[in-house]
Design a binder for this molecule. Structure first.
Ligand code: ARG
Length: 657
């Protein structure tokens, strides 16, 4: 039961008698900031008073006169300038909590009244290329949204739009043909392909730097130096002299920056030349940049040899990815990579041209969009299609095949221009009824303030990242277990299992609990901290609640089946009950804004409420049996809510830790 939604409906009914459009006012019904203001508070009388030119308290009274909430609330209170404070009736609250207890699978969370059909595009790494932490963030956020939206009764299709068709294949094909270590490829194909990718991309960068960037920077240094050497005109007055001095300073700074850039690039190129392995290869393959593009073009054109190699490489790369997904417990309904759409691209371009939406400009086929400085290019002068073309074909396919009415892309913020243009084009193309959202997310930063990189910067690095988190979790779990007053409880095996859940959980929770759009600093210590908004804390909270049942020798079936009314006399009991009831609100908010951090925030708050309750209200030693049972049932629902909430985030709980 979403109490907030219910109250808003009631307010909408009351307000519609007073105003034309109650919606913005209804949004002002919110959970209250403190128990002294009731459980929920409506702040709509003030703006409505302004609108109607009446004193807000009077307006508040006329809202209250029309408001029908006696089934669930005490008589509403008008406070201060015109706040309407609402307090849920104790017995109503108790009934709702009992309903959640009686429904262990859904905890009485209702399904959406209007289920929608979502396609969620997430993870989407580029195979054979290093998968970066950003891809984990996409994977974890995407998977949690799949869970939450499905749980709420929506139809959700998860699709991993793998980058399996890009220039990286030209690179490994070229590398394979020219530089492969046959023995290494036989025994460790993924590692060898990774090595080839890194080697070739370094050589390509080298040639591009040598042929284009370095000469460009050199030319810039020359023009900037020349401009500074020009004799200055005599300034007419002091103001002009100041202006000229400022401009000169800026020009000098610009020159210094260009010189630094040029020097850094020259160093990088020098390092390749001096390298025992790369140096001679760079000299022997001066046209590698063009040849790599040729290999990619041949693959796309259906060249038999390149196609065969691609078919040989792809499964190995995918299996490697699969290992990571298995370990973090993520699955997809589909993994239709870029290659899947290859045959549709020409059709997409033709269609857009025919409809007059795309036209040739400078040899390339472009869609010109209002409000954008540059057009969206869908076919290059040499006939090659682009990332954007594939995304258009993908959208069309998703609408046709999955009957999507919303497509969500969980992709880092650097691609936001791409998605803006994609969506604008799609709307012109006729997909104007489709909700398209770029669920952008911020960068994962290292403690040095730069984007976080795994040590080796590749997929192996990613496995190491997971290993490291689990290893550290293991240390924490062991220390804790050893420190237990009654002696250690966990076997070596159990410790391993708990460490896996805690380590992986910590990584996921760190990605989820930060506001999706912000950058955040990756820190093992912070994510594994036992206090604070971390998975570790939540998992402990859950295990601690559960430990009561063992200590009190309580049967869970009995707790689920008990029918006596819950007792919520103590403020901490009541506060916990109210918080438990708000699970549904948290899920709806998460789904409405596509923000898993709203769910982590809720769970954190719930754990806090539970701690306060546990400190103030004896459970196993409650004064009466009836009170003991009632409190145990609150504990039981708390454990179930934490477990379900974490499960929807993709995080496991453990019984003991
Ligand atoms: N492969 C892309 C990358 O790693 C992300 C793809 C996101 N999905 C999409 N439909 N464009 O940057």
């Amino acid at each position: 039961m979403n109490v907030l939604a219910l109250l808003r409906q009631r307010f909408a009914a009351a307000l519609s008698e007073l105003v034309e459009d109650p919606a913005p006012l209804v949004d002002l019904v919110r959970p209250s900031q403190g128990a002294q203001f009731g459980d929920y508070q409506a702040n709509c009388a003030m703006p409505l008073g302004k609108q109607l030119g009446k004193p807000p308290r009077e307006v508040a009274q006329s809202i209250v006169d029309r408001l029908e909430v006696d089934d669930l609330c005490e008589t509403p209170e008008i406070a201060g300038p015109g706040f309407i404070n609402l307090r849920l009736k104790q017995d109503w609250l108790a009934q709702q909590v009992a309903a959640a207890l009686a429904d262990p699978r859904r905890l009485a969370v209702e399904r959406a009244e209007q289920p929608r059909n979502f396609v969620i595009d997430f993870s989407a790494p580029n195979v054979a290329k290093p998968m970066h932490v950003g891809h984990i963030r996409s994977t974890v956020i995407g998977a949690s949204l799949v869970n939450v939206l499905s749980f709420l009764g929506h139809q959700v299709t998860s699709d991993n739009h793998i980058g399996d068709w890009g220039t990286q294949f030209g690179m490994i094909i070229y590398g394979y043909k020219n530089f492969r270590d046959a023995e290494a490829y036989r025994s460790q194909p993924v590692a060898e392909l990774g090595r080839l990718y890194r080697l070739v991309s370094r050589l390509v960068d080298y040639q591009e730097g040598r042929k284009h960037s370095l000469p460009e920077l050199t030319a810039q240094v020359e023009t900037q130096t020349a401009a500074l050497a020009e004799p200055a005109t005599e300034p007419a007055d002091e103001k002009q002299a100041k202006k000229a001095a400022k401009a000169r300073k800026q020009a000098e700074n610009r020159l210094r920056e260009t010189q630094q850039k040029r020097a850094a690039l020259a160093d990088k190129l020098g390092a390749v030349e001096a390298d025992g392995e790369a140096g001679p290869l760079a000299a022997a393959h001066p046209n590698i940049d063009a040849l790599v593009l040729e290999e990619t073009a041949k693959l796309h054109a259906g060249d038999a040899e390149n196609r065969r190699l691609w078919e040989e490489f792809l499964p190995v790369c995918l299996e490697e990815l699969e290992k990571t997904y298995r370990r973090i417990g993520v699955t997809f309904d589909h993994a239709l990579g870029e290659s899947f759409y290859h045959d549709r691209l020409a059709g997409v371009v033709d269609d857009l041209k025919q409809r007059g939406l795309a036209r040739t400009s400078d040899g390339a086929v472009c869609v010109f969009l209002d409000g954008f400085d540059v057009p969206m290019i869908i076919q290059k002068r040499d006939g090659a299609f682009l990332y954007a073309t594939t995304d258009l074909a993908t959208l069309q396919y998703r609408v046709e095949t999955f009957a999507a009415d919303a497509v969500l892309y969980v992709v880092d913020h650097r691609q936001s221009d791409h998605f803006k243009m994609l969506f604008a084009t799609a709307r012109l193309w006729g997909l104007d009824q489709l909700e398209m959202e770029h669920l952008s997310f911020g960068t994962v930063m290292g403690e040095d303030g730069k984007p976080y990189k795994t040590r080796s910067g590749d997929t192996v690095g990613l496995t190491l990242l997971l290993d490291e988190a689990v290893e550290r979790a293991h240390r924490i779990v062991c220390e804790n277990d050893d420190a237990k007053p009654g002696g250690a409880e966990l076997s070596a095996d159990e410790r391993r299992q708990v460490a896996e859940a805690v380590g992986i959980g910590a990584l996921k929770y760190a990605d989820l609990s930060h506001n999706r759009t912000s950058d955040y600093v990756f820190s093992y210590d912070k994510m594994l901290a036992m206090n604070g908004n971390t998975a570790t804390y939540m998992q402990y909270a859950h295990a601690r609640v559960r430990s009561i049942f063992a200590r009190g020798d309580v049967s869970e079936a009995e707790l689920a089946a008990a029918s006596a009314e819950l007792m919520l006399e103590h403020p901490a009991e009541r506060a916990l009950a109210l918080e438990l009831l708000r699970f549904s609100e948290a899920l709806d908010a998460t789904a409405a804004e596509y923000r898993p951090n709203l769910l982590t925030n809720y769970l954190f708050q719930l754990a806090d409420c539970y701690s306060a309750f546990y400190q103030q209200c004896p459970v196993l030693k409650a004064e009466t049996d009836a009170l003991r049972l009632s409190r145990l049932r609150l504990c039981y629902l708390t454990a179930n809510t934490l477990r379900l909430g974490l499960a929807l985030l993709g995080i496991q709980v453990v019984e003991k830790m």
